[in-house]
Structure formats: structure tokens, C-alpha cells
Design a protein around this ligand. Structure first.
Ligand SMILES: Nc1nc2c(c(=O)[nH]1)N[C@H]1C(S)=C(S)[C@@H](COP(=O)(O)O)O[C@H]1N2
Ligand SMILES: [Mo]
Length: 253
């Protein structure tokens, strides 16, 4: 859903039907002149947009009966890296996720540890920018829990997900901000539809960031890095497709 807040204080929704979701609340808000003034000052626009329209709102969750009979695998479906192939052959028993960068306690977490932490399970719809969608069930610990364990330093503004694959010869990576990182549905999934992730879907661990399009959901996550800026990381635009000039860094739905 694309939402546009103009300097005149008009709120428009880019998706059909979204207007009806927003307008009752907005009418009330526009009766409030303080709110209107705040909205009209461009400086506060971004902050107000977030507060009113809610980046923390939940993505829709579905019932088991809604799950797609087939869930397409897209982008990299396999990883050529020899160390990865060895981990895959060993069922990822000696694999670990690294979480470092601007944190007080860098973490190295085995797959078993990730499975033993409190889990979240959710049935959501994956929307690929290429125009297909599929509903699947995902399970894993909340990313926010791991960030609390690692203790982010105050300068940390983004998380970068470094992946094990090369897509058309270049390393795949992605990044999100802290609003999405701490969103209750943002998880590091090790299971899909009740089974450990298959290679094609990003084994052993992939990001689910349910309020954004598919390309943000980094598969084959090997290392998570907390950074103050995205400059200096690969092409500097925060992701594989972003560096390619193909898609935007923020892909909210
Ligand atoms: N590491 C990595 N992650 C990736 C990709 C990729 O090529 N490599 N493709 C992205 C795209 S475009 C989509 S739509 C989803 C596809 O996830 P799926 O294979 O489970 O359907 O993964 C995303 N994450
Ligand atoms: Mo995609």
C-alpha cells in the first residue's frame, strides 16, 4: 500500500480500499488544529506519517486452510559456496549465525539455539515485486529478541543481512531499519510450513519482514551486521536490487 501525505495535509492511499481504512480516523485528526499544523510542517512529516499510519501495524495473518498448495522459490534457489554445501550436507549441525557490528555483545548462534529460543509462528502472504504471491507458514525467533540479547549500541540505525549466495555472480544482501527490526512479526525463520527450510527457500535461516516486499526477505542469512549508515556496504544503497537501481530500499506493503 502506497500512502502519500502531502504538505497540504491530504492523505491519499495508493491501494484501492485503503482509503476506507484510514479516513474515519483522519477526519477526527483533522479536526485537531495542532495535529494539522504538525502535519503541515514538512520537517515533521515523516515522523507524523509513521505515527498516524503505523509502521508497527501487523501484516494480515491467515488460517492453515489458506496456505498455498505450492510456494514458488525465487531468486537464488541454490548456493554454490563450498562451506555452505558442507553445512547443508551436515544438516547445518556445525553452522552458526553471526550477529555483530554496532552491538555490545556480538553473538554466534547455532541453529539449535535459534530453535530453542521462544518462537513465533505466522501464516502470511509473501508478495514478490515481480507480481506473484503465496501464503505460507513461517517459524523462528523474533529478530528483536536477538537484538535485545546483543544490545545494540545507540549509533546502530540499520541491520544488514549478509547472505551465503551469489545471485548472477554478486553477493546478495539486504537491510532494514530498526522499526522493521523490532516489528513483532519480523522473525528469523528456520521452518516453513512446519518443516526445516529447504535450500531453495533459504536454508538454514531467512528473514521474514512481513510489511515489505519479497526481495527484502533475505534468504541464506549468514551474518547480521548493525551499522550506523549503509554507505560503504557494497554499492551503498542497502541491498542487491537497490544497488542495481531496480527497486527501492523501502518496499512497504
Ligand atoms: N539471499 C537471497 N535472498 C533472497 C533472494 C535471493 O536471490 N537471494 N531473492 C529474493 C526475492 S526477489 C524473493 S521474491 C524471495 C523469494 O523467496 P522464496 O524463494 O522463498 O519464494 O527471496 C528474496 N530473498
Ligand atoms: Mo521477489
Amino acid at each position: 500500500m502506497t500512502l502519500i501525505v502531502s504538505r497540504r495535509g491530504l492523505i491519499r492511499a495508493g491501494a484501492a480500499g485503503a482509503g476506507s481504512l484510514l479516513l474515519p480516523g483522519c477526519d477526527r485528526l483533522f479536526d485537531n488544529s495542532t495535529f494539522r499544523e504538525t502535519l503541515e510542517s514538512g520537517e515533521n512529516l515523516h515522523r507524523v506519517t509513521q505515527r498516524v499510519l503505523g509502521r508497527n501495524a501487523l501484516a494480515r495473518e491467515y488460517r492453515e486452510a489458506d496456505m498455498s498448495p505450492a510456494f514458488r522459490a525465487n531468486g537464488s534457489r541454490e548456493v554454490t559456496d563450498p562451506a555452505y554445501r558442507q553445512h547443508l550436507a551436515q544438516g547445518f549441525a556445525n553452522w552458526s549465525l553471526m550477529l555483530g557490528g554496532l552491538v555490545e555483545h556480538p553473538l554466534t548462534l547455532s541453529l539449535q539455539t535459534l530453535r530453542d529460543l521462544p518462537q513465533r509462528r505466522q501464516i502470511t502472504r509473501h508478495d514478490c515485486v515481480e507480481g506473484w504471491s503465496a501464503i505460507g507458514q513461517w517459524q523462528g525467533p523474533r529478530l528483536g529478541l536477538l537484538l535485545d540479547m546483543a544490545r545494540l549500541r545507540p549509533q546502530a540505525r540499520y541491520l544488514v543481512f549478509h547472505c551465503a549466495d551469489l545471485y548472477h555472480g554478486r553477493p546478495y544482501y539486504e537491510s532494514i531499519d530498526m522499526v522493521d527490526a523490532f516489528h513483532p512479526q519480523t522473525i528469523l525463520a528456520w521452518a516453513m510450513n512446519g518443516k526445516p527450510l529447504k535450500e531453495a527457500h533459504g536454508a538454514p535461516l531467512r528473514l521474514r519482514v512481513e510489511r515489505q516486499l519479497g526481495y527484502k526477505h533475505a534468504k541464506f542469512v549468514a551474518r547480521i551486521e548493525a551499522v550506523a549508515s549503509l554507505e560503504g556496504i557494497h554499492g551503498g544503497k542497502g541491498g542487491y536490487w537497490e544497488d542495481n537501481g531496480a527497486y527501492a530500499w523501502y518496499a512497504g506493503i
